[in-house]
Design a protein around this ligand. Structure first.
Ligand SMILES: Nc1ncnc2c1ncn2[C@@H]1O[C@H](COP(=O)(O)OP(=O)(O)OP(=O)(O)O)[C@@H](O)[C@H]1O
Length: 250
């Protein structure tokens, strides 16, 4: 299996504090790869480095073999590496369809053209409906985003990210804060969108990681502690100790 995304010895320092230290990461094409670790381990920072929202202090990032270390987030998104935009970038006063339409306009470089006649904007509606269908939200297309459940907002967030046509999709804690009843819906959605792309996810819920992920990378205090299948990771004494030491049940 080929490597689609790779970090080589990446580090990130915030004002002298090393949040990520010399981390190596290889993500196989077509896999679902989890980044796990106790709070403050550097998972979100590593995500920011991979997607170029953070500059690296040292080390290199490669996407499909191309060095993207000096590229910006918009550039790598156009190359197919996209992170979910989080609910904060969803517009509560717009309908679900309009939210996806804005994301499609962003993809096509016309999101700032608010002055366009609505009939021109509507050309995106068919694509928006297809994406809503993909995440099970098509029946709610005309509902205001503010009116739907948190779980559905997270599904919408995935739809708006799919609008960027990612080949590698990075999801930051996709089930965080979600009601238990909504979790199976998002788990199935991630499994489904991963059929034709690579997914990298930061996730605290280890049973979700176990059921979804082919590979797991464990970060502890900014450093790579272990990498392997979920069962290899689960049985690794150093990983268990790091989690127990941080107050987790394993
Ligand atoms: N912009 C920043 N400025 C200063 N320190 C930061 C910044 N971002 C993160 N850190 C620090 O870097 C360390 C790693 O943070 P990060 O958010 O990457 O961890 P995490 O593994 O994602 O944690 P969590 O699971 O709690 O979200 C933490 O000690 C955090 O306080």
């Amino acid at each position: 299996m080929s490597i689609v995304l790779e970090a080589r010895q990446v580090s990130k320092s915030f004002g002298g504090f090393l949040a990520v230290k010399n981390v190596d990461l290889k993500v196989h094409e077509g896999s679902i790869h989890a980044l796990i670790g106790p709070n403050g381990a550097g998972k979100t920072t590593l995500f920011g480095l991979l997607t170029r929202f953070h500059s690296t202090t040292s080390g290199s990032i490669f996407l499909k073999g191309e060095d993207i270390t000096s590229k910006g987030p918009a550039d790598v998104a156009l190359r197919g590496l996209c992170r979910s935009f989080q609910i904060s970038s969803i517009f509560p006063g717009l309908t679900l369809r309009e939210n996806v339409r804005v994301a499609l306009q962003r993809r096509h470089g016309s999101s700032h053209q608010f002055w366009q006649p609505s009939r021109v904007l509507r050309r995106f509606d068919d694509d928006a409906d297809r994406l809503l269908d993909r995440v099970g939200l098509r029946p709610l297309a005309d509902r205001l985003c503010s009116e739907v459940s948190y779980g559905r907002k997270r599904a919408l967030e995935i739809a708006t990210t799919l609008a960027m046509e990612p080949k590698v999709l990075l999801l930051d804690e996709p089930i965080a804060g979600m009601a238990a009843g909504d979790i199976p819906m998002i788990v199935e959605l991630i499994r489904s969108v991963a059929k034709d792309r690579t997914v990298v996810m930061v996730e605290h819920n280890l049973s979700v990681v176990e059921s979804l992920c082919d590979r797991v990378t464990v970060l502890v205090r900014g450093e790579l502690m272990a990498e392997g299948t979920y069962s290899e990771i689960r049985d690794n004494p150093a990983v268990r100790q790091a989690y127990i030491g941080a107050g987790y049940e394993v």
